[in-house]
Design a protein around this ligand. Structure first.
Ligand code: SF4
Length: 694
């Protein structure tokens, strides 16, 4: 039997796949050539799905810790005991310390489970939900909503004349199969390519113009490009006059960004900035493919605003081949699913009301949860429920995160494998992988469609989908009116406005929204002025910059000086997803060790040879990765690998959580982005030396 479905949970998912099933087991997976999204291509992670599904190290039963945290002593328990313990801990915590003493936390969401977790928290009036949103997606999303009223995505259905890829390596990262293949087709059809990236990525190798900025200075570069476009009258005058608000203020504001200054900040020659502005503004249509690298520093939100302004004043918003709005199909809206109307009740108790945009999205910057656990200010967080997340690897300042996890009164984690963070839990719940339950993919994402991901095989041992765990917890916590008899009922309810049941949806596989171009000409943009808000009165009223203003990070944080004479930035390899899959054999063979890219001149200066282990030190700590000499890196910069631990190393504490973990090197202290709380994860001064392995 062959089942057509969509790859999921190896990253955000979406590539169409054909799954071969024999006697209740999946025997082969191949790309679906009929899928309009990936047209048959699959990445290495997509091909490794069966390995993960049948991996012998998967968590199979709920377990309770019986030794010290991290000691590795567990007792198998029943689901009933696990859920009763967690419910009881939540009840006790609310009673003794208040609802704010609990934090729910999510790693990368891949299906409906994030929404159900928020729903449970909202119904219980628990204010503190932590996600990586402030360093992934939320700065771009909130900037988009405030500036033009929708999240603009590149329209590859109508090949653009030029694509500007900024801080994204989508030929190799999580969207390789979908956006990567669409971008490749656009390039094959003759689109010009501009790439902004400190590293010569595979995409940058194909670029007509590659700009290699000093890490963390993207906003300054964007303002320099805007200045050239405005000064040289390269903007789309009719659009600017009719559909933007605040252009004169922008013109004045850009006087602060002469090219000489921008060039000094970004390390990019002035003539290259002019060339980029010329190429992007003269190509019609043109689009921007932005990545989340932009969101890893305290200029994240305003950098997204600057790129939105660039899309707007060049006349590329909501036109074929530009950056477009893709509303989703008619179904229950995410706000309804998470019971957002209950959210205002808890806003006053949220940990970080000063980060207004984060609060509006219902999340707390994760570093503030860690600080509250440790300092007990403004009040203590005492228990956490973490779903599909590995904070020891993914939160800034891993050592502080470890202390915080150890200090909690109670920690429950739902996971597929026993990650370093899961090893610290009091209760571990075995989560099902995709193929083992019915789910809806791309729900709530701005791609304009949703995907059916039906159950294909029975779950391994006693694994449960996260959505079912949350549904059962909701019922045990006395919120049965808001939860469902079973998850099929939930799926049917979500789909109800479409007039379809989940069974009917499964047959179709994909449901698209109604897409149109230039919708603003009929109804304006979805902003208070009905125009693109270059100057935002709303931001001004809230006390934030109404126009994007580049803030140099303090010397302590971003300038390579003195003994810390290099800057590190980071990259994810194509064979992992954040910190996941180091234990999948086929993927590990492709990426066996953490690689630090170092310029040969820099390596020679520090006595490092190609293939040596190298110690990387910042003021926060030291890790080791393996040096690979790379001539295309700026000699002042090194590029480190993100998300490394060693699942096979039982001899190392918590499976080697700290040896090569990039977040041993990062700080979770301010400065943070003022509106949304992004900390600095890249562009950190460091030094290197030759080292031994471990
Ligand atoms: S790009 Fe993502 S969705 Fe596509 S095959 Fe790879 S992991 Fe799956």
């Amino acid at each position: 039997m062959i089942v057509k479905t969509y790859c999921a949970r190896m990253d955000h998912g979406g590539c169409g796949i054909r799954v071969h099933v024999e006697k209740g087991r999946i025997t082969r997976i191949e790309g679906d050539p009929d899928s309009p999204l990936n047209r048959g291509t699959l990445c290495a992670k997509g091909l490794a799905q069966i390995e993960r599904l049948n991996h012998p190290d998967r968590l199979k039963y709920p377990m309770r810790r019986i030794g010290e945290r991290g000691e590795g002593k567990w007792k198998r328990i029943t689901w009933d005991e696990a859920l009763e313990t967690i419910s009881e801990k939540i009840r006790q915590s609310i009673e003794r310390h208040g609802r704010e003493a609990i934090s729910f936390a999510q790693g990368t969401p891949k299906g409906l489970e994030l929404y159900l977790m928020i729903r449970l928290a909202n119904i219980l009036n628990i204010p503190n939900i932590s996600t990586p949103g402030n360093v992934c997606h939320m700065p771009r999303e909130t900037a988009s909503n405030l500036t033009c009223g929708f999240f603009p995505i590149p329209d590859y259905d109508h090949p653009p004349a030029c694509v500007l890829v900024w801080g994204s390596n989508l030929f190799q990262t999580n969207e390789e199969g979908i956006l990567g293949s669409q971008l490749k087709r656009a390039l094959d059809q003759g689109a010009k390519l501009i790439v902004v990236d400190p590293r010569k990525t595979t995409i940058a190798s194909r670029a007509d113009l590659w700009l290699q900025p000093r890490p963390g200075t993207d906003l300054s570069l964007a303002l320099g490009v805007l200045r050239v476009i405005v000064e040289k009258d390269l903007y789309e005058r009719p659009f600017v006059e009719n559909w933007t608000k605040g252009f004169p203020e922008l013109r004045d504001h850009l006087q602060q960004y002469p090219l000489q200054k921008v060039s000094a900040i970004t390390w990019i020659p002035e003539e290259k900035i002019v060339e980029m502005a010329d190429l992007f503004s003269r190509a019609k249509p043109a689009c921007i493919q932005w990545g989340n690298a932009l969101e890893h520093n305290p200029n994240s939100f305003q950098c997204a605003r600057a790129l939105l302004i660039l899309m707007a004043i060049t006349g590329n918003l909501d036109i074929p081949g530009g950056n477009v709005n893709r509303p989703g199909p008619n179904m229950m809206r995410p706000g309804e699913l998470v019971q957002i109307k209950r959210f205002p009740d808890k806003k006053e108790k949220i940990l970080s009301p000063e980060f207004r945009l984060s609060t509006m999205m219902g999340f707390v910057p994760s570093q503030l949860i860690v600080k509250a656990i440790l300092t007990e200010k403004p009040y203590p967080i005492r228990m956490m429920y973490i779903q599909g997340g590995n904070p020891l690897l993914s939160y800034a300042n891993a050592r502080e995160t470890l202390q915080a996890m150890k200090k909690l009164d109670f920690l429950a984690i739902s996971e597929i494998f026993l990650t370093p963070t899961a090893q610290l839990a009091d209760i571990v719940l075995p989560a099902a992988t995709h193929f083992e339950f019915d789910d809806i993919g791309h729900y709530g994402l701005p791609h304009g469609f949703i995907l059916a991901r039906p159950k294909i095989v029975e779950p391994m041992a006693e694994c449960w989908p996260d959505s079912k765990i949350l549904n059962e917890l909701g019922k045990r916590l006395g919120c049965g009116d808001y939860f469902w008899n079973d998850m099929r009922q939930c799926l049917d309810e979500i789909l109800k406005p479409s007039g379809m049941t989940y069974d009917e949806f499964k047959e179709i596989g994909i449901l698209k929204g109604t897409w149109e171009y230039r919708a603003f000409e009929k109804k304006g943009f979805n902003t208070p002025s009905k125009k693109v808000e270059i100057y935002s009165e709303q931001l001004k009223e809230w006390g934030y910059d109404p126009l994007p203003h580049y803030r140099e990070l303090s010397h302590d944080h971003s300038e390579p000086t003195g003994e810390y004479g290099l800057i590190f930035t980071s990259a994810k390899d194509p064979f992992s997803f954040h910190s996941a899959y180091r234990n999948i054999p086929s993927l590990r063979r492709l990426s066996p060790e953490p690689i630090a890219l170092v310029h040969p001149d820099t390596a020679a200066r520090f006595g490092v040879n190609d293939g040596d282990w190298v110690a990387i030190e910042t003021k926060q700590g030291m890790i080791r990765q393996k040096a690979k000499l790379e001539r295309e890196i700026d000699p002042r910069v090194i590029v480190l690998s993100f998300g490394w631990w060693y699942p096979e190393r039982d001899d190392l504490e918590l499976s080697g959580w700290k040896e090569s973990n990039l977040n041993i090197l990062t700080s979770n202290d301010p400065p943070y982005e003022p509106a949304i709380g992004s900390p600095l994860l890249r562009a950190v001064p460091c030094r290197i030396s030759k080292s031994q392995g471990f």
